[in-house]
Design a protein around this ligand. Sequence first.
Ligand code: AQP
Length: 323
Amino acid sequence: MKRLFSGIQPSGTIHIGNYFGAISNWIKLLGKYDCIFCIVDYHAITIPYDKDMMQQRIFEAAVDNISAGLDPEKCKIFVQSHVPEHTELAWILSCFSRMGELSRMTQFKQKSEQHKAHANCGLYTYPVLQTADIAIYKGEVVPVGEDQVQHIELAREIVRNFNTAFGDILPEPAELLSPTPRIMGLDGDNKMSKSMNNHISLTETDEELWKKLAPAKTDTNRQRLKDPGDPAKCNMFSYHKLVSSDDELKQVTEGCTTAGIGCFDCKKILCKNFSELIRPIRDKKEKLMKDRDYVLNVLNDGAESCRKIAKETMNEVKKAMGL
Ligand code: AQP
């Protein structure tokens, strides 16, 4: 089986974007690949964070992913900082990463702008550590959302530069996009993101869901109930496509384009469907949050087996480099 690697930052409760852009795809790939999933805490420290919350965030990231369907029996789940070889390989790979390419990265540009006072080298070399995360396990396949494709392209280039110098040691990773690789935020303008106040998290109660959906942007041309709308221009319709049945999609499309139903009714159907997706995940999370030992054991087992693979790769890399 080919090895698959992907990561998620412990930077907040996971949201619909993470779920449909990444996690729901990860679940489908379990059993088809040798799957390794990592909670990338070293990546999360590239922007300001609360140290007193970090352990809780890491724990919650593990719980969120297991609750959403990542079965620890079918994959390894672990915390990045528990396997020090990630940063060791990152240093080596930084010597094969071009500064021009790193400064071209959209995420670096956006986040250094967003956190101007905190724009740091870690943010700049984020894609190098990401390359090391994958390469340390000789990962070949990386399922990600569209926002990460540029980083995986760069990872291929960094690995290629290394291999050109020292022989074919690290596989060039390929991204695997989910069928819904880019979920927009509730603002309708930016991608849904943990650090922006534009997300629907996988733990919202029905009341919280409605509080977020009710004021959310729709087709701006639809000012009054009697104005027909265009689902293609409505962010809510893009959400419907994630969770609503074919019949409901038909009903909403017809209702919207003929002004037969208003945005309120359309959002009510959406709210019901999001709620049906979220409820079992939320219930499972509630149970797992109380089962600390189980979750910590999953992470410890994951780290232990990952350390073995990582050590082997580091030995091979160092030997090839004359270190
Ligand atoms: N809006 C999105 N649509 C599709 N996929 C998405 N992903 C994130 N947002 C969307 C995918 O989720 C995986 C894990 O993401 P992450 O948390 O490690 O990194 P991120 O892209 O930085 O996610 P956020 O929510 O935007 O976090 P913050 O705000 O902390 O930076 C990745 O595969 C990503 O593509």
